[in-house]
Design a protein around this ligand. Structure first.
Ligand code: CMP
Length: 141
């Protein structure tokens, strides 16, 4: 079915100037960008976005990294978009990411891992709404 998922190009990938290369991977895989914005997350925005991880030992480093520079946040739409995006990204830890995935090609570490993508339908719904109002999403049909 046609799904929407929330994707973030993280500060490391923005700094490497590979926003376009990452967008190309989405588009070549049949995903459409139906909403997008660049922004420098505040501490509160990053903490709220990653609230489910707040008890994890890496939470402070994750928030510090995600606020270290601008990110690009987008909604991807297409057939099976949630899993398709996760397949394109590869494993969270780039050392474990399959060849040809975004993280294998552009990520440096588990923290600076180039992209985020929603991990389930429930997360996608929450995460899309966290960054975008309905009237900011432009469905492609
Ligand atoms: P992301 O998909 O954005 O979701 C949470 C992020 O925490 C994850 O990508 C990683 O960049 C980061 N992280 C750091 N350490 C870990 C870990 N041990 N397990 C999972 N995520 C981690």
């Amino acid at each position: 079915s046609i799904e929407r998922t929330l994707s973030i190009v993280k500060p490391d990938a923005v700094a490497k100037n590979v926003i376009g290369e990452i967008y190309s991977r989405f588009e070549k895989a049949g995903l459409s960008i139906v909403a997008a914005k660049m922004k420098h997350l505040t501490q509160e925005e990053a903490e709220g976005f990653y609230a489910e991880h707040k008890e994890r030992p890496f939470f402070a480093d994750l928030v510090a990294f995600m606020t270290s520079g601008p990110v690009v946040v987008q909604v991807l739409e297409g057939e099976g978009a949630i899993l398709k995006n996760r397949d394109l990204m590869g494993a969270t830890n780039p050392k474990e990411a399959a060849a040809g995935t975004i993280r294998a090609d552009f990520a440096d570490s588990i923290d600076a891992n180039a992209v985020h993508g929603s991990d389930s339908a429930a997360s996608a719904e929450r995460e899309v709404a966290y960054f975008f109002n309905d009237n900011e999403i432009c469905p492609r049909g």
